[in-house]
Design a protein around this ligand. Structure first.
Ligand code: FES
Length: 109
């Protein structure tokens, strides 16, 4: 007996126009029921869950420094590359693959 996956295959979804987000900026997006924070650091983009693991603070509104975002509510810090919480690196928010091209920024969700 086979089991079906609860979710279908990941889709690439356009989430920003080229250069819509300034260097150091961010954008909160809602994709397929998910709340995702998209960040730009120089010419790199990172997408992580927007919901802080502490009390659900909006990470997309946090300040970014050295590839780390600080939750605006109580200061928990997360690495943008792997979503890890700075004090307990095995604790992670979900990350999403990002692709950038001349047509814009896409994430797989
Ligand atoms: S909700 Fe993010 S640190 Fe408390």
């Amino acid at each position: 007996m086979s089991q079906e996956r609860a979710t279908g295959p990941a889709q690439e979804i356009k989430v920003a126009e080229p250069n819509e987000i300034a260097d150091g900026g961010s954008k909160i997006i809602h994709v397929q029921g998910r709340n995702i924070a998209l960040f730009r650091v120089k010419d790199q983009y990172f997408a992580i869950s927007n919901n802080c693991l502490h009390r659900g603070g909006p990470l997309g509104e946090g300040e970014v420094r050295n590839y780390e975002v600080t939750c605006p509510w109580h200061g928990w810090k997360y690495n943008l590359l792997d979503g890890s919480f700075s004090l307990i690196p095995t604790l992670k928010v979900k990350t999403y693959p990002v692709k950038v091209g001349p047509e814009g920024v896409f994430i797989e969700a």
